[in-house]
Design a protein. Structure first.
Length: 315
């Protein structure tokens, strides 16, 4: 089929590659506009989908809105059979949704109607969900409210970070894209109306959510850490010598221990929580490489008994 692909992050790349490998003709790729990047913000950075499309010789368009009549005219000119949307980041107006012969389908990384919105993988981990997955749905003008054609369910393991689970779900999304297009081309994909009971909204992650509250249970703290790893990274402030540093926590496990919340209990970097404790498996000091909790305590001379402190209020 003639396919328009719309996506931006690394999560969407396996689906784009799978669609091409299956033999479909991707006539255009839509992605987010390049932004300043690099350490000093001086480099223009293209999205992973943009980079992949260029490497494959596919035309890329990066409109800031899809509501402009000229943008819509160009979109219709692709004469596509279907548009496949994976983490694109822009709402599609009705004129875009109706342009492809078979409409637009979206691969969304949750079990809808739970976690509609921008950050479904992070929110599922942070909420302690045991299951997630990918839905292939027919898009409408609502936010992830369309009817569902295919679903693949995936278990969330306690050790999964956002990065881990994103990698797994990206591969699932790629396989669903291939299955879905094959069924659509044969007229055999049936869509069922999405449930409304149990709907939740996965709002975009804000950096203000990243500070760890050690008064919460160990399970909640671990889920918070894993849901924000590797970026933006859950953090807590710690005094090392005479210097106060912001420690980014990347991986942790729940252990049986107790103490004053936020206190480092041993040289394995076990930290007491409101209920139970976590052991830090990976963390990072500012400007340093990530290390194990043991390496931080023993090698960086972090004293057992030191207490993580609330972040200082901005001046």
């Amino acid at each position: 089929m003639r396919v328009v692909f719309m996506g931006a992050p690394e999560f969407a790349v396996p689906a784009l590659r799978a669609i091409i490998t299956e033999g479909h003709q991707v006539v255009a790729v839509y992605s987010r506009a390049p932004k300043p990047g690099g350490r000093r913000g001086l480099e223009i950075t293209r999205t992973p989908v943009h980079e992949t499309a260029v490497s494959l010789g596919i035309p890329v368009l990066t409109p800031g809105t899809l509501s402009d009549p000229e943008v819509q005219r160009v979109f219709r000119s692709h004469a596509s059979d279907v548009a496949v949307v994976v983490a694109y980041g822009l709402l599609l107006p009705e004129q875009i949704l109706e342009a492809p012969a078979l409409g637009c389908v979206n691969l969304h990384a949750s079990l809808l109607p739970r976690w509609r919105g921008a950050a479904p993988i992070q929110r599922a981990i942070m909420a302690g969900d045991e299951m997630t997955g990918v839905d292939l749905m027919r898009m409408n003008t609502g936010l992830d409210t369309g009817s569902i054609g295919l679903r693949e369910t995936v278990r969330i393991d306690p050790q999964n970070t956002w990065g881990d689970l994103t990698f797994r779900l990206a591969e699932v999304a790629a396989k669903l894209a291939v299955r879905g297009l094959r069924a659509m081309s044969n007229g055999r994909l049936e869509f069922r109306q999405q449930e409304t009971v149990g709907a939740t909204y996965a709002r975009k992650i804000d950096k203000s959510e990243a500070e760890i509250d050690w008064k919460r249970s160990a399970v909640e703290v671990r889920n918070h850490i894993h849901g924000l790893s590797p970026t933006p990274g859950a953090f807590s402030d710690l005094s090392i010598g005479q210097r106060r540093e912001r420690i980014k926590m990347l991986r942790a496990e729940v252990v049986v221990a107790s103490g004053n919340p936020g206190t480092i209990l041993d040289d394995e970097m076990t930290i007491a929580c409101g209920e139970g404790a976590i052991r830090v498996l990976q963390a990072q000091r500012p400007g340093k490489n990530a290390k194990t909790g043991r390496e931080l305590v023993r090698g960086d001379r972090i004293l057992v008994g030191t207490v993580f402190e609330p972040a200082a209020a901005p001046q």
